[in-house]
Each structure stands twice: as C-alpha cells, then as structure tokens.
Design a protein around this ligand. Structure first.
Ligand code: BDR
Ligand code: CA
Length: 310
C-alpha cells in the first residue's frame, strides 16, 4: 500500500476524507497531523481522534501541530463547520491519546527515516505544518514522493474572499513555501470540489449503509451542506477534502493539467490567491498538476463503497 500522512483541520469534509482513507486498503496511513484552520488546533486534533475512534481505529497515530499560521493571524470557519468544527453527529469524546511528539517533528523524523520517495503527503487544511517541516529540515523536500492537496480556486474564484480559497488564504506564506519546494504537487481546487456535491440522494446512500460511520457521515454532511446550499443555491454542499484521497485510489476520476502555480502573499486585496499559468504564458516551472474536472458519480460511488467497509 501507498504510505501517506494526512495533514488536516477537521472539519466535516476532512473527516470524510479520513474515513475514506481508513476504508481503503491501497493506503497505509502512517500518521495524521492536525493543524489550526477550520477551528482552533485544540479542536482539530480532538476531532481527528474522534473520527479514528468512530472508524474503530484508535491505533492510528494523531499528532498536534501548528497553533497558528506562519505570519498572519488565524482565520477560522465556524460559520461553515459549526462551533466544534464537526457539528452534526453526536460523537463521544475521544479516549485514544494524542501523540506527545509535535506534528512538525513527526513529519521531519518520518520523512528522514523512511525510504526516500515513498511517502505522500495529503494536506487538507492550511499548509502551516508542511511549510514549517520544510523550513526546519530542507532535506525532506526531495524525499517526499508527492503532495496531493486540497486548496486554491482558479476559474471558480474564491470561497473566503473573491479571489482566495480558505486553506490557502489562512496561510498564504506557508502555501508559497510548499509551491516553491520542488516537490511534485497535485492540486484539488474549488473548480473540482464544487462539482462534488452532496445531494440529498447521496447523503441518503450513506445513511442507508446502516452503520455508525454511515449515519455519522450523513449527519455531518447534512450540517455541512446547509452553508453552501444557502450561499450558492445548490442541492448539496461541496465535498472538498475527500477528493484528495479519492485521487490516490482512483486518479482516473480526475482531469487536469500540469502547469505553474504561484501564491499571492503581498496584496491585501488578493491575498492567498492561487495564480495558475493554465495556458503556459510564462516560463515559470510546471510545479503542479491542477485538476479541473471530476467524475462525480464515480467519486460518490467510491465513497459509499469504502465507507461501507468501516
Ligand atoms: C477547504 O476549507 C475548509 O473549510 C474545508 O475543510 C476544505 O479543506 C475548502 O475551501
Ligand atoms: Ca479541511
């Protein structure tokens, strides 16, 4: 199986991404690192543990990382995810322990220890932990196999400002470090995730699984979708973060282009904007595969099948 580390700020869609990974034998989750984002760090690390326990996997190692972005103040998204970050289901307080090691130390130590080119990083939140690890130990970058991340919005525009997507906006300086790192990157931007909508019918198919995981997923998504339904008038909300994990299992569900991505870190107006050279009008290096399309029926079929295994 492919070795991955999930870096995350759960978040209902982060939670579904973690469940998808836990239900997929193609993936070996070495660890989960929590970062501040949707809600403060104390809640994201706890939510990560709640989800592992929901899936019956208290053995998964969960680490706590950066409490705030590199330079800017932390911006959170309780209006989307609720006060706990995981509003919807009534999940018990976790009993599994949080690892003592700091997430950034864990990332560095693991990448330096494991064979080079074998670990894929899956960032589902602001890129603070990943950037800090790269700054702390520059030798890790060439050892990372690939970074598959949820972030940015190109043709679609932003969801937190007119030009910026939440994960990049919260820590644009960290995103800048990551996009300049030379590590091969795959980006799942809003252009893709806004096509992965949790319609009523799809939520019902999670509930119909008749399991604890299926019910909690339906409850999470019902809470989560009310925000986007209100804003965009769609049937359902965008299931952002699970796109990252789905790509690792079935890359053929997605279509995109290899191009250059840079991050705006100076202008307050467009702070955190991801600028993609889709047409190759510059000589900047192609540092990322930017996805633009998704087979959303195939994506949901995969999700239901894999969550059904838990
Ligand atoms: C991203 O922001 C968070 O609210 C979601 O979990 C997702 O990672 C979407 O912009
Ligand atoms: Ca997230």
């Amino acid at each position: 199986p492919r070795k991955i580390i999930i870096d995350t700020d759960p978040g209902q869609d982060d939670a579904v991404a973690i469940l998808l990974a836990l239900g997929s034998p193609e993936l070996d989750i070495l660890g989960i690192t929590a970062v501040a984002g949707n809600v403060p760090l104390k809640l994201t690390e706890k939510n990560a543990r709640k989800i592992c326990e929901l899936a019956g996997r208290p053995d998964v190692k969960v680490y706590s990382g950066a409490i705030r972005p590199l330079i800017r103040e932390l911006v959170t998204a309780e209006e989307v995810h609720g006060k706990t970050g995981l509003n919807g289901p009534d999940l018990p307080e976790p009993t599994m322990k949080l690892e003592e090691q700091h997430a950034v130390d864990y990332l560095v130590e693991t990448l330096m220890r494991e064979e080079a080119g074998t670990i894929t990083l899956c960032p589902l939140g602001p890129l603070t932990n990943i950037a800090l690890a790269m700054i702390r130990e520059p030798r890790i970058a060439p050892r990372i196999k690939e970074i598959v991340l949820m972030g940015g919005g190109f043709f679609e525009g932003g969801n937190v400002t007119p030009s910026a997507e939440f994960n990049i906006y919260v820590d644009p300086h960290a995103a800048d470090v990551v996009f300049r790192s030379g590590v091969p990157i795959v980006v799942m931007p809003l252009d893709v995730t806004h096509k992965a909508l949790t319609t009523t019918k799809r939520i019902d198919s999670f509930r119909k699984l008749g399991t604890k995981v299926g019910l909690a997923t339906a409850q999470m998504l019902e809470f989560f979708e009310r925000y986007d339904e209100g804003k965009y008038g769609t049937d359902g909300g965008p299931l952002h973060d699970p796109c990252v994990i789905a790509y690792l299992i079935k890359p053929e569900l997605f279509q995109g282009r290899h191009c250059n991505v840079t991050v705006e870190t100076a202008s307050e107006l467009t702070m955190g904007m991801t600028v993609v050279d889709w047409w190759g009008v510059t000589k900047r290096p192609k540092n990322a595969i930017v996805m633009r399309d998704i087979d959303h029926d195939g994506f949901f079929a995969l999700l239901v099948e894999r969550l059904g295994r838990l």
